[in-house]
Ligand binder design. Structure first.
Ligand code: PHB
Length: 388
């Protein structure tokens, strides 16, 4: 065959492919908005790793279509930047899914854009209760603060803790955590002996910690966004001798999450928290997950990574069930009620609220093989977001 014949044969093949199904060979575009740089970069890293691990383990082609991941950097808690990036993803890149969002303000800013553009959106971490109610095209695979906080309030009551000081980051998830803890704990006769809200990016907890010590509570209830602030708080807790003063650390699991627990060191020992995921979760699926993640990224997975992993699983399921022919309303119908086997155990997307329903575990920081872990010892099953 000479060159011109070859060329016309190739054109004929291309035309036939186009006629067979215009979209069949186009990639499915997944646009992720993450805090890739700036003070919350550790959150984005875990979410991105989780997504990439899911793709590596499950192949990058579903129902004949390649899955293309486009990552945009919101650079931190920057709702204006996040809104612009989501707008670019839906108008210029024409993505089929929007995913990601470590932080609440960024997820909130995305809601009107994905609603208008009708793009299915999977929240992989941001955990203020109200987020998914802001758009019928949003669903969440991570957690809500009320969902993971109510169990620790119940645990505190059951364990005869009576006097608690509350410290939370002063924005959506912190306010949700504070409201949920107070309602459940004081409702059962507990007393809040002091409370403080700290700036979203707070470098030094020393002065707050001294006030907590002076108030002589039995425990400090704490919510800080995952990452460095947990290390900083626990450093102050150690330096100012709160453990010796008999003040325990309780709260949702973010303050002793798997990414920072070794950096905190032994002062984390004994902290009791409730959360949906621990790298020490005792199941074959989780052991496989932790091994695959650690082999690939040379670090320990935390709950954020599982949000990325499971969120990508949802995307794959939708593409599979629609046989590659994507439609936003059909996608949302598939997502509603979807059940997934997560490394944390089974989860479901509530068909009415599009929020995650899951087991919340009670855990205590202990040493295992010389390393610090959140060891699960009790659980609350089928927990929904109780709202605030
Ligand atoms: C949030 O901004 O919603 C958020 C961030 C970090 C967390 C939990 C919630 O650890």
């Amino acid at each position: 065959m000479n060159l011109s014949k070859l060329k016309s044969a190739a054109t004929a093949v291309a035309l036939a492919a186009a006629a067979a199904g215009a979209n069949a060979q186009e990639p499915v575009k997944v646009g992720a908005v993450l805090e890739v740089t700036g003070p919350f970069a550790s959150i984005a890293k875990q979410i991105e790793n989780g997504m990439r691990l899911y793709m590596a383990r499950n192949g990058d082609t579903v129902a004949g279509r390649k899955i293309e991941l486009i990552i945009k950097d919101s650079t931190g808690a920057q709702p204006d930047v996040a809104k612009r990036l989501v707008t670019e993803l839906v108008t210029r890149d024409k993505v089929d899914f929007v995913v990601g969002f470590g932080l609440t303000p960024n997820a909130m800013a995305a809601a009107p854009v994905v609603t208008e553009a009708k793009v299915p959106t999977i929240i992989m971490n941001a955990a203020t209760s109200a987020i998914v109610s802001k758009s019928p095209y949003m669903a969440r695979v991570s957690m809500t603060l009320p969902q993971v906080t109510m169990p620790i309030a119940q645990w505190a009551v059951k364990n005869k803790i009576k006097r608690v000081y509350s410290l939370v980051a002063d924005y959506g998830p912190g306010l949700d955590a504070e409201a949920t803890f107070k309602k459940t704990f004081t409702g059962a006769g507990g007393e809040i002996v002091g409370e403080v809200r700290t700036p979203l990016k707070n470098p030094d907890f020393g002065p707050y910690i001294q006030r907590i010590k002076d108030a002589k509570p039995e425990a400090v209830f704490i919510f800080l966004p995952a990452g460095e602030q947990g290390i900083s708080f626990m450093k102050g807790y150690r330096e100012r001798g709160l453990a010796e003063a008999g003040i325990r650390v309780i709260g949702p699991g973010d303050v002793v999450e798997d990414d920072i627990i070794e950096a905190i060191g032994d002062s984390a020992l004994g902290a009791v928290t409730t959360h949906h995921y621990s790298a020490a979760h005792d199941s074959a699926a989780n052991r496989d997950y932790v091994k695959a993640y650690t082999d690939k990224f040379k670090m320990r997975p935390n709950f954020m990574s599982v949000g990325g992993y499971d969120g990508m699983h949802v995307v794959y399921e939708v593409v599979k069930k629609l046989n590659g022919k994507l439609d936003p309303d059909k996608a949302m119908e598939i997502i509603k009620g979807m059940k997934i086997d997560s490394p944390r155990g089974p989860i479901q997307i509530d068909p009415n609220t599009r929020d995650v329903v899951q087991t919340v575990y009670v855990r205590k920081v202990e040493k295992k093989n010389g390393q610090l872990y959140n060891i699960e010892f009790d659980k609350f099953e089928n927990v929904r977001d109780p709202g605030t």
